[in-house]
Ligand binder design. Structure first.
Ligand code: ADP
Ligand code: ASP
Ligand code: MG
Length: 446
């Protein structure tokens, strides 16, 4: 079997869904499981409506609900020229009824817990899959019967063993050559049936997990670009598709901000040895990226990514730094305060670390001040240059720094796996730094 995942822009309206249906039809002989996101910006719309309700602004919340309802009904009407099938119409009415109840509940209590937010957010995928399954006359499976997760609402972790069992039980029987099975990305449920989500952009992760559970021969991620590109095309328009990427490179790129893939996507597929391809829904004959276990690309740097803002903390202690145990004491504080560290660079009298910009620093800084001096620099960004051959190509670091010209590099770190060289620059220099690095180090790649 094969898994095909389509993102929000791929199912934004009836015309997009028709295109998706033609791709799914072509895959029928391979027993396709279709994993869909919500239509277009529906998830954002659901978040906005829920937040309006939380403020007590029921008018705005219901307005949001009506807009979403109109867009979904229009898509259904456009798809079914002879009239929307009764069962689909009833399903849409039920789902929008559920949304209205949830929004009224949130507005009444003026309280929006992550648990309520997940219940609201789940509607997007449940709606899009109902419409699409009816259109391709496929089996519709509620992903919440398969994607069992913990109860960390908003960022739930799948319970992989349970997902494997449940996929066999609830998806397996529907699969078969010629048939189409449609389910939702992003959503899941706790063991006792409470709706959860895997975090924004989580549909890629769902697709990889379902693929691993069902031993798919391939997981195809269909989106609005011709694969993983050498850089974010919104920043570097001349970025090019990469034809082959190793799992390690893809994971580094995803973790360092390449939005095209959810950071956790790769893991289940790597473990199961399943290739993941990233393809353009509107250009199915175009270029695409294959991500597989081992790939030796010809270039030292395959792609660039960036993430920011981050905060740099420079910790120094003339008394203790050279003594053993200093780093242990330092990281014990980060561990206790549950602040995760991304990059680390050490010098004789100081250690620099980066943390996410929005982590609460007050308690952490207080604890550190007991034994060290800390400087805090906000508004920085991490730029990651990723490539399997980085470690074996002399001179890349020098080329990297010289191509940046007058852009000041405040920190440098080579990842332990030696395929990621990360730099820290001021957030406002990020775009220009990426353009310069791309021109010199990646331009002309394939
Ligand atoms: P989907 O809705 O299909 O899941 P996303 O919006 O999550 O799509 O991801 C696709 C987007 O990721 C692209 O439109 C592009 O703007 C962005 N992106 C960022 N970095 C990269 C990269 N290195 N390669 C490709 N796309 C990237
Ligand atoms: N619909 C969800 C989101 O917008 C999940 C996804 O698209 O992957 O975040
Ligand atoms: Mg996405």
């Amino acid at each position: 079997m094969i898994v095909l995942k389509f993102g929000g822009s791929s199912v934004a309206d009836a015309a997009c869904m028709r295109q998706v249906a033609s791709l799914v039809d072509a895959a029928r002989p391979r027993s396709p499981l279709v994993v869909l996101s919500a239509m277009g910006k529906t998830t954002n719309g659901l978040f906005d409506a829920a937040k309006a309700a939380e403020r007590g602004d029921l008018t705005a919340a219901m307005d949001g609900q009506r807009k979403l309802m109109a867009a979904h009904h229009k898509a259904a009407e456009d798809l079914f020229a002879d009239g929307v099938p009764e069962a689909l119409d009833a399903a849409l009415t039920d789902l929008f009824g559920e949304l209205e109840l949830l929004l009224r509940g949130v507005a009444m209590l003026r309280e929006l817990s992550p648990r309520s937010m997940d219940a609201v957010a789940s509607l997007g995928e449940r709606l899009s899959t109902r419409i699409f399954a009816a259109y391709v006359e496929g089996a519709w499976v509620d992903a919440r019967t398969v994607m069992q997760t913990d109860a960390v609402f908003g960022e739930a972790a799948p319970q992989v063993e349970a997902v494997h069992d449940l996929a066999g039980k609830h998806l397996g029987p529907h699969l078969g050559a010629g048939r189409v099975v449609v389910t939702q990305g992003y959503i899941g449920a706790t063991e006792d049936g409470l709706t959860t989500t895997l975090g924004r952009g989580g549909s890629d992760y769902s697709a990889a997990l379902f693929g691993a559970a069902l031993r798919a021969e391939e997981v195809q991620i269909w989106t609005d670009v011709e694969g993983v590109l050498t850089c974010d095309p919104r920043i570097v328009p001349e970025a090019l598709p990469i034809s082959d990427l190793s799992f390690a490179e893809a994971a580094e790129l995803a973790a360092f901000g390449a939005k095209v893939l959810h950071p956790a996507t790769i893991q289940p597929a790597v473990e199961a040895g399943i290739p993941v391809t990233v393809r353009h829904t509107q250009k199915p004959q175009g270029r695409f990226t294959t991500i597989s276990a081992e790939v030796q690309t010809g270039r030292p740097i395959t792609a660039l990514a960036s993430r920011g803002p981050v905060t740099v903390l420079t910790v120094s202690s003339s008394r203790m730094l050279a003594q053993s145990g200093f780093l242990a004491r330092l990281f014990e504080v980060f561990g206790r305060r549950e602040v995760s560290v991304d990059l680390v660079a050490t010098a004789e009298v100081s250690v620099s670390l980066t943390v996410e910009a929005d982590v609460p620093l007050k308690a952490l800084l207080q604890d550190l001040s007991v034994f060290a001096k800390v400087e805090v620099h906000e508004g920085r960004a991490i730029i990651a240059a990723v490539g399997e051959r980085l470690k074996s190509t002399p001179g890349v670091g020098a080329q990297l720094l010289s191509s940046l010209g007058d852009i000041n590099v405040e920190m440098i770190s080579m990842g332990a796996n030696e395929i990621n060289l990360s730099l820290v620059v001021k957030q406002e220099s990020t775009a220009e730094a990426l353009r310069r690095l791309h021109r010199v180090l990646v331009g002309g790649a394939s």
